[in-house]
Design a protein around this ligand. Structure first.
Ligand SMILES: Cc1ncc(COP(=O)(O)O)c(C=O)c1O
Length: 377
């Protein structure tokens, strides 16, 4: 009887959604358990005070885990904030940029461009480099920073277009490829919403990192912020409390009621990342990406949409040469239990998001579908 029940469970689809996105099974299981009984309290995590010692422990440990995983120095503070990645587009300049000052920005995609537009509400913006001329299909190889730039803002992975900045842990000189940022004299700010914890990096090279959690770091509803406290406190304007990094640091991410459940899911995800090891995750991510890109490159029907050397390991964007076949491919994938591969509504085509928690098996199935589709059509 029990075996028969298991057999009736539908198989979980291979999940390539761009975010909210796949989470590790054990995270889902533990989150589910906590909805019934959180930390042995007999209460659901949804109905317990954020000031309870059980939840304060979760918040403290989650912040400590970010510090540990990124090997952050003591100048860096970790915050869990509200408002998603988008809210950081205004929170960053509000805390760092005076009206008469200039910040430099990489314009490498829709989100990067969104950050530029918001920063203009607070001060001057200098475009350090842009790939808008070729519809954001590459990452510029050189850039300029405005004199006295207050900071330089980059987007490490461009989720919609599928390009990623190649940031190696060991910096090489400016202009020689992989690490552009050595020798930079202003603070470096990074939107890592779609590739945080996907690879080993020198995270201390950034003075501010932010990432909406719903791709590699948990569920929607919480944003991880890492900030070098030395860069704060130089703006003249009054900052609303909810947007003030210094206040959030002082209140240890408990300025108001945090997104309790989302923080808990992040905490579980961080534990999972620690158990897996970032290096192992990085190796697996690269292998997954290689498998899919190889299948696309080997096919006469499909093609990758971005410059090969700038291809993202997280979001693989591709298209069919014959767009009339698009719906057929989506249906073909659906038959193979693959979901979430439609490209962003603004660019079309296909996008397979392959975040940390996506099992390699899912990529094998999609790569096989790419091959079989060619034989079928
Ligand atoms: C790189 C990047 N930045 C910012 C955002 C916006 O995040 P949110 O929807 O949480 O505001 C996204 C969303 O996908 C993103 O990919």
């Amino acid at each position: 009887m029990f075996a028969a029940l298991i057999a009736l469970q539908p198989m979980k689809p291979y999940n390539f959604y761009a975010g909210p996105a796949i989470l590790p099974e054990e995270v889902l299981q533990k989150a589910q358990d906590a909805i019934k009984n959180f930390a042995g309290t007999g209460l659901s995590i949804l109905e317990i005070s954020h000031r309870s010692k059980e939840f304060v422990k979760v918040m403290d440990e989650a912040r400590a885990l970010v510090k540990e995983l990124m090997q952050l120095n003591d100048e860096r503070e970790v915050l869990f904030m509200h408002g998603g990645g988008l809210s950081q587009f205004h929170t960053v300049p509000m805390n760092l940029l005076n009206e008469d000052e200039t910040a430099s920005y990489f314009d490498t995609g829709t989100w990067a461009h969104g950050a530029v537009e918001e920063a203009k509400l607070f001060g001057n913006v200098h475009i350090a480099c842009s790939s808008a001329d070729k519809n954001y299909t590459y990452v510029p190889k050189s850039f300029s920073v405005a004199p006295n730039s207050k900071y330089l803002h980059i987007t490490t992975n461009n989720t919609i277009y599928g390009t990623q900045l190649n940031l190696t842990p060991n910096p090489s000189p400016v202009g020689e490829g992989s690490n552009y940022f050595q020798g930079l004299t202003c603070p470096l700010v990074a939107d890592m919403s779609s590739d945080i914890f996907s690879r080993e990096l020198d995270y201390n090279q950034f003075d501010l990192i932010y990432a909406a959690a719903q791709k590699n770091a948990g569920a929607a509803g919480v944003t991880i912020v890492v900030v070098n406290k030395n860069i704060l406190g130089t703006v003249k304007r009054k900052i609303p409390r909810m947007l003030n990094y210094r206040l959030h640091i002082e209140k240890e991410s408990m300025l108001n009621t945090p997104s309790v459940f989302a923080v808990y899911v992040s905490y579980l995800t961080l534990q999972w990342i620690k158990k897996e090891g970032i290096k192992n995750i990085e190796v697996r991510n690269k292998r997954k990406a290689e498998k899919l890109y190889n299948a696309i490159d080997a096919s006469a029907l499909f093609e990758g949409t971005v410059n090969k050397e700038d291809r993202s390991v997280m979001n693989v964007c591709f298209r069919l040469n014959d767009t009339a076949l698009e719906e057929k491919f989506v249906a073909f994938c659906k038959e193979r239990n693959i979901v979430g591969i439609k490209g962003h509504r603004t660019v079309g085509g296909f996008r397979a998001s392959m975040y940390n928690a996506l099992p390699e098996e899912a990529v094998d199935v999609l790569a096989e579908a790419v091959k079989e589709f060619e034989q079928a059509f």
